[in-house]
Design a protein around this ligand. Structure first.
Ligand code: AGP
Length: 372
């Protein structure tokens, strides 16, 4: 009913709007007065976490994209090798797991069969499993050694939005917590990122307030056949997520690429007026990455692409090459997905509406996939 949708036309719109609160709720009570993380609810003893020598993340769909981003955070802050794998592929390749492997299973519903089978397989091999889940008491957390709940609240729209942002927050918390427990040379950075995380809800809100041009742009692209998405570093999984959202909602051909892969094939797809969304990393931080992506934008634009550039506010280097500029607030490099994903959700939702599609219930999809 309209009341359930809180005055919005679709649950998806309501859930997009709820993201600042969802993010804040997921942080609530998890940072102590000294600015350190307190995650006692993760019932895996610190002594066990100190012995972990490999992290493997398993998930499907959007949750898998959160896992891809988590890999960057975990490896950076903990220096523990981490791989992220599609849950549906995982057990069939006989992965190498033992007591020192920490498997993280990410799932909004907690009922995704592929993810459940992957975690069962991991536990049979002796690995410890930590679930990141949005649904209290669901099967995945029940069968895991520990759980860190995301507090997104119920997500009704089939296309995941607020659950994704809170999965990211939970992943950062786990990465920072592992770093804190194990003690790394990044101690000061960890403390400062925890501070930045506690401000991120406000930045997500800021993005939401500036979305009208994105909606307008989406409407103008309603009769396109294809949209491409490019990113580097954590912007690469953001590009994959932007493409997935568009497939699910707009039923358009959409593909995400690592920008560095362009020249290895995908650049052949660039022709006049193809919309290409580019997620640009902060010009502060890793400036090499930033410079590389600026030249990628130049390359595709020279071949006629219509460039839609998501960049940090004030990043003037991209302005000359952006046909459409979507600015997001500055964040630490690893946290940028929390703000950069939001315009892509709005973009896909608006395109779905413009194309007359059912936003909350896209064709052929179920909210939770309980079959393999
Ligand atoms: C997201 O928009 C999708 N509907 C889908 O990819 C989803 O993220 C995937 O099926 C995993 O679901 P889960 O998080 O409930 O395990």
């Amino acid at each position: 009913s309209a009341a359930e949708k809180g005055g919005y036309d679709y649950f998806m719109l309501k859930e997009i709007a709820e993201q600042p609160k969802a993010v804040a709720d997921t942080l609530l009570g998890r940072i102590d007065a000294s600015g350190r993380l307190s995650l006692d609810e993760v019932r895996i003893p610190a002594s066990v976490l100190r012995e972990v020598d490999k992290v493997v993340i398993v998930a499907c769909g959007t949750a898998y994209h959160a896992g891809l981003i988590a890999k960057y955070a975990i490896e950076h802050w903990t220096r523990i090798p981490c791989e992220t794998e599609l849950a549906s592929e995982f057990r069939y390749r006989d992965p190498i797991l033992d007591q020192r492997t920490l498997v993280i299973a990410i799932s909004q519903s907690g009922e995704t069969m592929d993810t459940l089978m992957a975690l069962r397989h991991a536990r049979e091999q002796g690995a410890k499993v930590l679930a990141i889940c949005n649904t209290n008491g669901s099967t995945i957390p029940r069968e895991s050694d520990a759980v860190l709940y995301t507090h997104a609240g119920p997500e009704v729209a089939v296309a995941s939005t607020k659950a994704f942002l809170t999965q990211l927050v939970a992943c950062y918390l786990v990465a920072l917590y592992l770093g804190q427990v194990r003690g790394t040379k990044w101690g000061d950075e960890i403390l400062s990122v925890i501070r930045d995380l506690s401000e991120i809800a406000g930045e997500v809100e800021e993005v939401l307030e500036t979305m009208e041009p994105v909606r307008e742009l989406a409407r103008s692209l309603a009769d396109k056949n294809t949209v491409l998405f490019l990113g580097r570093h954590v912007g690469y999984p953001v590009a994959l997520e932007g493409a997935l959202k568009l497939k699910e909602l707009a039923y358009m051909h959409a593909e995400g690429f690592a920008a560095g892969e362009l020249k290895h094939g995908p650049i052949a797809l660039i022709e006049k007026d193809v919309p290409v969304v580019v997620v640009v990393p902060s010009p502060r931080g890793r400036s090499v990455l930033h410079d590389k992506i600026v030249s990628n934008i130049q390359e595709i634009r020279a071949r006629g692409a219509r460039t839609i550039v998501i960049a940090e506010r004030g990043d003037t280097a991209v302005h000359p090459y952006a046909d459409h500029l979507i600015e997001v607030p500055a964040t630490p490099v690893l946290l940028q997905p929390l703000v950069a994903t939001v315009p892509l959700q709005v973009f896909a939702c608006e395109l779905a509406t413009a194309r007359g599609n059912e936003v909350d219930q896209p064709r052929n999809l179920a909210k939770s996939v309980t079959v393999e």
